[in-house]
Design a protein. Sequence first.
Lengths: 360, 360
Amino acid sequence: MTNRVYNFSPGPAMLPEQVLAKAASEMLDYKGSGMSVMELSHRSVWFSEIMDDAQHLLRELMHIPDNYRILFLQGGATMQFLMAPMNLMNESKKMDYVNTGAWSKKAIAEAKKLGDVKVVADSSDKTFSYIPVIDPYEIRKDAAFIHITFNNTIYGTRFTALPDTDIPLITDMSSGILSEVIDVRDYALIYAGAQKNIGPAGVTVVIVRDDMIGKNANLPSMLDYKKYADNNSLFNTPPTYAIYIAKLVFEFLKKQGGVEAMEKVNREKAKMVYEAIDNSKIFCAHVASEKDRSLMNIPFFADSEEINSRFLSEAEQNGLLTLKGHRSVGGMRASIYNAMPLEGCRKLAAFIKKFDSENA
Amino acid sequence: MTNRVYNFSPGPAMLPEQVLAKAASEMLDYKGSGMSVMELSHRSVWFSEIMDDAQHLLRELMHIPDNYRILFLQGGATMQFLMAPMNLMNESKKMDYVNTGAWSKKAIAEAKKLGDVKVVADSSDKTFSYIPVIDPYEIRKDAAFIHITFNNTIYGTRFTALPDTDIPLITDMSSGILSEVIDVRDYALIYAGAQKNIGPAGVTVVIVRDDMIGKNANLPSMLDYKKYADNNSLFNTPPTYAIYIAKLVFEFLKKQGGVEAMEKVNREKAKMVYEAIDNSKIFCAHVASEKDRSLMNIPFFADSEEINSRFLSEAEQNGLLTLKGHRSVGGMRASIYNAMPLEGCRKLAAFIKKFDSENA
């Protein structure tokens, strides 16, 4: 019927086929309402139910404690580079950041416009191919927070140990959220753009501990977590359709056995691809240390640009799409979020082996 | 097959059935890509084409001159209540506003956090049931701009004459855009949340004259028009699916004969509904003056709350939905944007007549 492909895009990325099929079937008439979800008032009983379900499902999937609020915002993680410091800043205006790549750098640049930023650990010396050790003594005692990028989409690293500190920890979890079990209580604030593991671009999930809300008064309304928290994310019209798709994705994840089950499959998927790369003669993974390797994004490359190009074009002919690496690393990158089936990774691993044996 | 209703919601609102059917048919496989539009990278050739088409179509429909940029942003008109003053403000920090209702008041409140706001005209004395006369001498010569709300969704008024001034004019056109012919050159900046006449909630259209971009340096990136203009609205991941639906709506409008044709139908639709109200014995329109009447939102009411309630519930039984008025006006409100068919207004007008004759 349809000619679906394996899409290794870093985001917007694959969505579960069941979710898309459900959305298509409900497009003209949502549950007998005679309206599309796009046409529902955000104050209607139908949309209220969607919003409630989305929140309850996410809370259940991530075991989010009651003293955390779930907000649905707009503007992607990039808007949170601004909102997080603006909302959480204290009088010292000191904010500590760990620099693990392009997205960390962007977060740091926005925070610098607002206050006194210290980079307490940095892996730029080796093209961000590892997660740096964070010396607890580098973290300032009067800093409002320390910020990490949980999973680095471009460089393919991820945190497996968190900084040892009492300072509130905040994280950009865009490309890691819902892919493995984490303890929400480790964080004061988690934010994530949807277009990797949640849903379509255009909605941002913010999970924020109660005591982090309302710390700074008189903020512009649209930048104030309190406005969203006090109005159940309906301070103004939210991106209703994107929230609906997120709800369908959460339902899908629950049916699969939740984040625990997804993590198991994700580890298997990543292992297949890394093994194919590590066992090849011509390809090399950007991240050497297994501990630091992302389960979601796997950058790899051959030394020869000619081989990289040929790999990409032959992969595409085999239904393996959007594998081109980010220009700052080059080569290839396989983004294998929750919606990438095991079979897609099996096909990619087999293709890497075949290409290697033919070209080594 | 489907049980589509006439949905008089003020927004999110009806979309053309053809647009929804097209979106449903392309949901799992966009033009043979093997991917949903939601899954396309925002840097892909497929999405680039969608973005280009959306811009070209909107430029054509609204006759937007070359010295204006079209931007697709997030956060709704409410985010523009912040961004517009932040980007356009001058050293005097003086900004002049016309207060014609709830949305104007919200825009004014956000601007007050940034500078010196003067309300140069106001219609609050009569529950915003008319458009006030703007005395040109009230507009400050060193104000950065004067702001109007082109169409007032809640109170059902609209501007048919613009302030006589050389100060840059900016407008919230959320509920009026694309519904009637306007001259873009009258404005320095037009912004509009999509969920009335453009597409789904979650994308905001900004039409801004070149010389208004980059006036203020060192703004937060996500609040800076220049960042979006310099990156063709791809500074970060845009709300791709919402832009795609907007493009389908623009195509639909072009097929109908453009804004000129829509205005003709919209005038006919509004006339039918106003006539039914004006000719009734029990209903009264909130806005008396024909000159000030919105073509998009028609608030009306009976003196008796019992009659209002009964009207709403009987209307619903007849497939005429979401007619409840905003709490600040009460009674009913018929929002009849571009996607509301003539037949929907005919049915509503007939229902008003029938209800009136049975209850007068």
